[in-house]
Write a new protein. Structure first.
Length: 461
């Protein structure tokens, strides 16, 4: 591109910095308002499908590979792509007006994006399908690498032992990932002008992609270099600020010590600065990228045509009122989203009282431990006479309210006060002197039984 692109783009951003940052804030709040309830629904569905307060890796994998899970992933990917394109569209709208030195409001920007949501959904689906098609050969190569090097052992073996075949497979994986990244970068650079073309020239999504390919032909490097420089600049600045913030945080926390009057305000300050920094980094990354793209798009047009496009793109008063209504609705959804995220998602009537426990994700190596008390009788050794006592304790459990493994009493120990000389169950009767002979036959008496039961596994209450 022509020299001075960075200076001209910076002047554009300064002219419309407030609407650009305001639109990014609105996008983040909208994502929170819609994403919070969505993630809560997915988590609740997984818990209810598992039928237990723990969600294992098998449950997650089963959901993802089910028909409902695949459809959900595809819908989520399409919506995420459309949301990103909507974000880029809003910034292109603001940047275009900044280039023409026309003021624009937040509600007018939202209205322009909402008016093009159907086209953005089609454009997002087209880009997603193209990226999946480009990924197919790389996925096939990844499968061949796995089949050649990693099919003989479980993944945990390779992660812990790091054999030579693991390093070879990792090298192949990194090479394939880098190759796919280059292909995707090349494809997206060819389509980089599709959003402003769709926005200002009112073409179809397919027409915008084709026209972007035509206009970027022979200019890919000149388009990509300023964008990559902007990304790298932001990364370096963010890394430097993060390192400085960590040093300052350590010094201030050492100064605060255990004084809660100092610690709590510092924690609140660090959280606020962290959230603000993350937002500014994301906002500047997206806004700067799209201000550069829009400036490059405009400079390919003659000035008269551009003025005509920017004038014809103005939305009517009714559409602007729609944008204002969306801003208000987002504020309401954010409040509702905070309530949904903060409220418990599993009620007491779910899965037989599942709400009385906290739902959590259980790893595969933890699955077999949760039912250990139910298998206690089968796992305990029977080579001693103490095993006979345990067997008779199970056989003579009265009325189902005191046996081992019953729901209400599984966590209680069975001690000497429960096992008598005739090896029968004495409910509530203490052992007396007549049990001495039996105790001599079993060293430690009935108390050894209580220790074994208590150590068998976690108590299920």
């Amino acid at each position: 591109m022509n020299s001075g692109l960075a200076g001209r783009t910076w002047a554009d951003f300064r002219f419309q910095a407030r609407p650009a940052l305001g639109f990014q804030l609105l996008v983040h709040l909208s994502a929170f308002a819609l994403g919070g309830p969505l993630m809560a629904w997915i988590g609740r569905h997984l818990v209810l499908a598992a039928g237990e307060p723990v969600v294992s890796n098998f449950d997650i994998a089963g959901f993802l590979f089910s028909a409902r899970g695949i459809i959900s992933v595809l819908i989520f990917a399409a919506l995420a792509g459309a949301a990103l394109l909507a974000e880029l569209t809003g910034q292109s709208w603001i940047a275009g007006h900044a280039i023409a030195r026309r003021r624009v409001t937040l509600s007018a920007t939202v209205a322009a994006v909402l008016f093009r949501v159907p086209a953005l959904l089609v454009l997002s689906a087209r880009i997603f399908v193209r990226l999946v098609v480009l990924a197919l050969p790389f996925l096939a190569a990844v499968f061949l690498v796995w089949h050649t090097y990693l099919r003989y052992h479980d993944i945990n073996y390779y992660l812990s032992a790091h054999p030579p075949e693991w390093h070879r497979a990792l090298a192949w994986g990194l090479a394939l990932g880098a190759g796919y990244a280059l292909v995707v970068t090349w494809q997206l650079t060819r389509w980089v002008l599709a959003v402003p073309i769709l926005l200002y020239e009112r073409t179809s999504p397919m027409g915008a992609l084709a026209e972007s390919v035509r206009r970027t032909r022979g200019h890919l490097v000149r388009i990509l270099v300023p964008l990559v420089l902007w990304w790298c600049l932001l990364f370096i600045v963010a890394a430097a600020l993060t390192a400085g913030a960590h040093s300052l945080e350590s010094a201030l926390m050492e100064w605060a010590g255990l004084n809660f009057a100092r610690v709590l305000p510092l924690i609140a300050l660090f959280l606020t600065l962290g959230v603000t920094g993350a937002f500014l980094h994301s906002a500047l990354l997206v806004a700067g990228n799209q201000f550069l793209v829009t400036r490059m798009y405009v400079e390919q047009l003659d000035a008269q045509r551009w003025q005509g496009l920017i004038a014809s793109g103005e939305e009517g008063e009714g559409v602007r009122r729609l944008g204002a209504s969306f801003v208000t609705a987002t504020a309401v959804l954010v409040a509702l989203g905070l309530g949904v995220v903060g409220a418990p998602q599993v009620r007491h009537d779910d899965v037989g009282g599942l709400g009385r426990r906290d739902a959590r994700v259980q790893h595969l190596d933890q699955q077999h431990g949760q039912h250990a008390p139910e298998r206690l009788g089968a796992d305990e050794p029977r080579s001693r006479r103490g095993g006979d006592a345990r067997e008779r304790v199970r056989e003579h459990a009265p009325d189902g309210d005191g046996g081992i493994g019953e729901a209400g009493r599984a966590g209680e120990e069975v001690g000497g006060s429960y096992v008598g000389t005739d090896r029968s169950w004495h409910h509530g009767v203490s052992a007396g002197a007549d049990q001495t002979a039996d105790d001599r036959d079993q060293p430690g008496g009935g108390h050894h039984l209580g220790q074994e039961v208590g150590a068998a596994g976690p108590v299920v209450g």
